[in-house]
Write a protein that binds this ligand. Sequence first.
Ligand SMILES: NC(=O)c1ccc[n+]([C@@H]2O[C@H](COP(=O)([O-])OP(=O)(O)OC[C@H]3O[C@@H](n4cnc5c(N)ncnc54)[C@H](OP(=O)(O)O)[C@@H]3O)[C@@H](O)[C@H]2O)c1
Length: 230
Amino acid sequence: MEIKGKVALVTGANRGLGKALVQALLAAGAAKVYAGARDPAAVDVTGAQALKLDVTDRATVQAAAARAGDVDIVINNAGICLRGPALGEDAESLIARHLDVNLYGVLRVSEAFAPILGRNGGGALVNVLSVLSFLTIDQVAAYCVSKSAAWALSNVIRLQLKGQDTVVTNVHVGYMDSDMTAGIDAPKTSLRDAAASILDAIESGQPELLIDELSRQVKASLSTQAPAYL
Ligand SMILES: NC(=O)c1ccc[n+]([C@@H]2O[C@H](COP(=O)([O-])OP(=O)(O)OC[C@H]3O[C@@H](n4cnc5c(N)ncnc54)[C@H](OP(=O)(O)O)[C@@H]3O)[C@@H](O)[C@H]2O)c1
């Protein structure tokens, strides 16, 4: 799908990858870009249409869908990543908190926008996942659980939307240079490069995008005797 002339919506668009995606979509000639954010006043990209959208709040998701009935491209980007153990007193609430944003947020937005994409000819639905959909590290256990579940959800949504010609793209990436990885000393993909790769994947209709070498290596290991998650 050519991005030029299309209408797009990005969740979590006030900073990080979401903001970079809004900028890249506008630079690529999108006719309109809705920048969804919990606080629309925090959206500071010239030319973007700020839209209140908290993915944990069904009412704001539905209000956003009522306003953005012209979208061709929806990018589920909003996400949280908090540190904490997989087992223990706080584990259940931490996992629930991650699922609310990283899994049910994707579900709420996809449910609300799928009929719109269908009416507008199919379009594209992009789900920003992680290398941690394939791999678990215990410092951010709840995040890994949520991104693994979101990977499964995205694959199910692809099957369900096949009949209406919506291309669903799973995006996996290791470290990107955003607030989420502040303080982590590791090679990071720039937000601009990550956004450019995602736009290329939309244009070529790819069902899966592995942005960086880490994602590619971990994914490749899954079919070996020593998969990364072991
Ligand atoms: N950074 C990485 O290394 C990395 C790696 C793999 C995957 N990812 C994924 O990439 C995506 C973007 O992450 P990022 O690196 O740009 O993180 P970020 O800089 O922390 O930005 C996260 C964005 O999500 C928004 N958000 C959080 N909860 C929300 C909610 N309930 N409703 C709507 N928006 C909400 C935040 O809004 P507020 O400003 O209101 O909090 C913010 O705009 C996420 O899905 C993340 O899991 C990131």
